[in-house]
Structure formats: C-alpha cells, structure tokens
Design a protein around this ligand. Structure first.
Ligand SMILES: [Zn+2]
Length: 377
C-alpha cells in the first residue's frame, strides 16, 4: 500500500542522530536510504537523503490513527519544515487545512467589513433615531438592515431634514448599544478556524504536537459555540439583565466545563467520537432555550423571526456536520475511495463555515434591531 503513495516529494537532507527512528521508519517507507544501501557506488550520496513519502493507515503510529476508513496518503512524524511545506502538497489533510484556512480569511474579511460598515457605538445614535422613524413604515427586516448599515448616511441626511425626528434624535443620542458580543463571536469563529487549520496541518509532526493541537482544536470549537450565544442572548435580552446575565453565565460555565473535559487525554480517543460530538451538540442545543424564550417574548417582531430563521439554518448546518463527523460517511461505505477528497471531515468543515456564516448574518440583524430600538428609559 505504501508503494502507491508517492504524491509528496522529499526535500531535505538529514544528518540524523535519529538512527533508531530511521530504522523503524525503514520498515514503513520506501526510502532512497534503503535503495542507496542496496546499490552502493553512485547511490552512496543518497544514503544521507530521506524521502518524506505518504504512508498508509497501517503504517501509522497509534496517535495518528483516527479514522480506519481513510486508508492512505498520511504524513507521519515529519520534521516541522516538511510539515509546514506540506500545506502546498497533496495528502489526506490538504483539504481539511485549506477549508478552514480559507474560512479564516473569509471571516477576517467579514470582521473588517463589519468594523468599517457597521456604525461604531458612538455614531450609532445618528442613524438610530432616523432609522427608527423611517422603519416605522416597514416591517421588512432586510430593509431594516440595509437602512441601518447600507446607506445609513444618506438616509440620515434626508431624515435630518425632517424636523419631526428631532426629538427622537435627541433621545437616542444618549444611547449606545454594545458591540462586544458581536465581535466576541467573530473572534470565536476566527480562533476556531485558525486552530482547526493549524491542527490539521501540524498534528502529524509528533505525538506531543498532536496532543497540544487537538486540545486547541477542541478549545476552538467550544469557543465558537460559546461566543455564538453572546449576540443572541445579549441583544435579545438587552433590556432584561436578569435573563441576560443568567444565560451568558450558563453558557460560559458550560463552555469552561467542556474545555476542562476536552483537556483530558481520554477525550481524544477515536472510540469516544460520539461522546465528543454529543458534548458539542448538547452545548449547541442548549441555545434552543434562549431562542424559544426570544420567540415567546418578541415573536411578533420581524427581527426576532429573521434571526431565529438564521439560527435554525445555522443549527441545521451544525447538526448535519456533527452527524457526518461522528458517522464518518461517506468513507465508511467505500474505505479508501475518499482519502484525498470527499471524506466526512472535509464535509464537516464546510458545514461549520456555512453555519458560522448564517450566524454572522443573524448578528447583523441583532445589531440593526438594537441600534434602532434600545431600552426604554
Ligand atoms: Zn477539523
């Protein structure tokens, strides 16, 4: 099986003091070292070269054996330089690395987009009262969003000519809605995507690297779930400190507990795949409580309906991702056929990005809602 895996080419010369490791590896890899020893002469120079080839599942050390349905194209205990360079080579983690690395840059662009297009707290008040007076004539939340963030300045100028909004503007000028829950979510998404990408790229380097990076990966998932609650809870219960602090406190504690559990070595065992999926699914499902609460209190408001729709879409993406991740389909049905492309973890990554984007859209609606309508004083 290993002889068929020559996608990634060698690069370096190693004057290795690591002869023991080399001996072990010789049983696994078809290296020029062995060939050189056989041939001698011209090949003598090649005795010191080592070719970093991809190996089969059977040749992996235990800490890299996560999915027995992916049979080939593994990197195993490569030096860090080769591991880093392998970001640009083809192996069974290439798409896993790039799906979340591209996702990271997409969310970085969305964050910068939000930072420049969404009014900051101090300038919210200018759009606030104007939008409020204009939006009284519409119940469409998308128009609401566009007015608040799209051409807010033009709307503001026009509306400023309308003397009828002056009193509202004066009242609104003293109000600023916090931005931190929205940016906390974006930071959570960025951290999750970056840690995931780093884990997929670097974990094959060594058992220690794998141990540390897997925990950072789990911490990233936990962070994404926890910070996903912040815009939902903060903006929905902006005027209800009792529920706001309790929901935020609950999910933060839940996340801290999940992170503590994920630090335990047993947590990464392949056979506990369903337990991991279950823990993260439970965290996500607990979001149903504030969502149902939101609909009971604000069910008549278009912003509440639209954000809930986005949250349902996000939940559907995440749920599909968790099921695919834990069930390991489609590779379970045809082992070896999806080694490079199409296996469950790649689908899981794409579904996570889709879900996170749906939640970003919900976050924009929340901001728009609370910029227009703060708390009565
Ligand atoms: Zn992953």
């Amino acid at each position: 099986m290993a002889s068929s895996t020559v996608t990634l080419e060698k690069t370096t010369t190693i004057q290795t003091a690591d002869a023991a490791v080399d001996r072990d590896r010789a049983a696994i890899l078809h290296t020029p070292l062995l060939e050189g020893m056989k041939c001698g002469g011209v090949e003598a120079k090649r005795c010191c070269e080592r070719k970093y080839e991809l190996v089969s599942y059977d040749a992996l050390p235990a800490f890299l054996k996560h999915n027995e349905f992916i049979l080939d194209y593994y990197r195993s205990e490569w030096p860090i330089k080769q591991v880093l360079l392998s970001a640009f080579a083809v192996h069974n983690e290439t798409i896993n690395v790039w799906t979340h690395l591209i996702g990271f840059f997409v969310f970085l662009a969305l964050t910068m987009c939000a930072a420049t297009m969404v009014p900051v707290e101090s300038s919210v008040s200018a759009n606030l009262a104007i939008s409020k007076s204009l939006l009284n004539s519409t119940s469409n939340p998308m128009i609401l969003m566009m007015m608040s963030y799209g051409n807010g300045a033009a709307v503001a100028v026009q509306a400023l000519r309308n003397a009828s909004v002056e009193s509202e503007l004066a009242a609104a000028a003293s109000y600023q809605v916090a931005r931190w829950p929205f940016y906390a979510y974006l930071c959570g998404a960025l951290f999750c995507l970056l840690m995931s990408s780093a884990c997929h790229l670097l974990a094959c380097h060594s058992e220690h690297a794998s141990y540390v990076l897997l925990r950072l990966d789990y911490a990233g998932i936990t962070g994404l779930i926890v910070t996903s609650f912040y815009p939902l809870v903060y903006y929905t219960f902006l005027c209800d400190p009792f529920f706001r602090t309790r929901y935020l406190g609950f999910i933060t504690l839940f996340g801290a507990a999940a992170m503590a559990v994920s630090l335990m070595p047993v947590f990464e065992k392949p056979e506990l795949r369903w337990a991991r999926a279950g823990l993260f699914a439970c965290m996500g499902m607990s979001g149903l409580v504030p969502i149902v609460h939101k609909m009971l209190v604000f069910g008549a408001r278009p912003e509440a309906v639209l954000t809930t729709a986005y949250e349902m879409v996000m939940g559907a993406f995440y749920l599909a991702g968790v099921i695919v991740y834990a069930a390991r389909v489609p590779e379970r049905w045809m082992p070896g056929k999806f080694d490079l492309a199409g296996h469950s973890h790649q689908l899981f990554h794409v579904l996570v990005i889709a879900g996170a984007y749906a939640h970003y859209l919900a976050g924009l609606v929340y901001l728009s809602w609370r910029d227009v309508e703060g708390c009565p004083r």
